[in-house]
Design a protein around this ligand. Structure first.
Ligand code: IPM
Ligand code: MG
Length: 355
């Protein structure tokens, strides 16, 4: 029986996780996956209860599971904590312990939501790109790191480091993903200034030799940021470092109008953790108004990547598109003339379309 670890986390995390589970159960009725679920508390709520944002027991459950679903972590309540036990540490700990080095963040515009974007219709209409972010290396994890006393003041430092194998494996993931899409990869670096990303570029060029059917281009991260806003349709797959990917994926997300719509997958082969790109939104937690669609679309990615069933994944995506077509909206994507629904009503509507 495939086991799914559930990490609801903080803020709106539990609310959107409930809707994800609803969808998993509905799709299980149709396709008989035989899913089993086990709770694995993480984040600030886990810190409050167990003294650590990623308790050993939770990590164990995540590691033995076939896939992990994570709602969101973090909130102002835990910001004063030391960085080593802040809720975000749960995310970084899971990524690192499970070696989930490839982070997929698709940004695809659902046409009924075109007016939710802050950009002009002609710029965003038809946007369909995929940011592939390296997730277990780079400056996020590089050593040495810290803050130390220095000349009567302090000195803070982090280290940007990538090895050839780390770059090779993420480059391969990007080329393989591009083959299933529009066969174009843009590698984003800062090779004009940072030696580490000069190596990144060299290795990507080397790996590309195995994928002649894919077109490869390179951009410096500052230019890529500008191009993403100026003409996002030029991109198919973007592959980049952990830090640049963190930033670019937020920008890419906003092209589609709402962070509330964007799913993500963090992968190592079939093993994966799936989470909505939005955060824990503590300001609206518990009100039942959060948008569950990013979570529901993350479930679609789970079926595609961890359970080898892209068809079931597509069924979920189509169900979401239909619900939007019919004019149902959560508060974050509501506009005049549409019908506002709650978090759980939105989940029910998707289930109805599925069955
Ligand atoms: C993300 C988030 C995380 C990151 C934080 C919460 C640690 O911003 O998943 O993009 O920086 O990776
Ligand atoms: Mg981020």
């Amino acid at each position: 029986m495939p086991l799914i670890a559930l990490c609801p986390g903080d803020g709106i995390g539990p609310e959107v996780t409930s809707e994800a589970v609803k969808i998993l159960k509905a799709i299980d009725e149709k396709h008989s996956f035989g899913f089993e679920f086990e709770d694995a508390p993480v984040g600030g709520t886990a810190y409050d209860e167990f003294g650590h944002p990623l308790p050993d027991k939770s990590l164990e459950i995540a590691q033995k599971a076939d896939a992990v679903f994570l709602g969101a972590v973090g909130g102002p309540k835990w910001e004063p904590l030391d960085i080593s036990v802040r809720p975000e540490k749960a995310l970084l700990g899971l990524r690192s312990a499970m070696d989930l080095y490839a982070n997929f963040r698709p940004a695809k515009l659902f046409s009924p939501l075109i007016d939710a974007s802050t950009l002009k219709r002609e710029v965003v209409e038809g946007v369909d790109l995929l940011v592939i972010r390296e997730l277990t290396g780079g400056i996020y994890f590089g050593e040495p790191r810290g803050v130390e006393d220095f000349e009567g003041g302090k000195r803070g430092f982090n280290t940007l480091v990538y090895t050839t194998p780390e770059i090779e494996r993420i480059a391969r993931v990007a080329f393989e993903a591009a083959i299933k899409r529009d066969k174009r990869v843009c590698s984003v670096d800062k090779a004009n200034v940072l030696e580490c990303t000069e190596l990144w570029r060299e290795v990507v060029i080397e790996v590309h030799k195995d994928y002649p059917q894919v077109e490869l281009s390179h951009m410096y991260v500052d230019n890529a940021t500008m191009q993403l806003i100026r003409n996002p349709k030029q991109f198919d797959v973007i592959v980049t470092t952990n830090m640049f990917g963190d930033i670019l994926s937020d920008a890419a997300a906003m092209l589609t109008g709402s962070l509330g719509m964007l799913p993500s997958a963090s992968l190592n082969g079939k093993k994966g953790m799936y989470e909505p790109v939005h955060g824990s939104a503590p300001d609206i937690a518990g009100e039942g108004i959060a948008n569950p669609l990013a979570s529901i679309l993350s479930v679609a990615m789970m079926l595609t990547y961890s359970f080898d069933n892209p068809q079931a994944g597509a069924e979920i995506e189509n169900a979401v598109a239909k619900v939007l077509d019919k004019g149902y909206r959560s508060a974050d994507i509501y506009s005049d003339g549409t019908q506002k629904v709650s978090t759980s009503e939105m989940g029910d509507l998707v289930v109805k379309e599925l069955s």
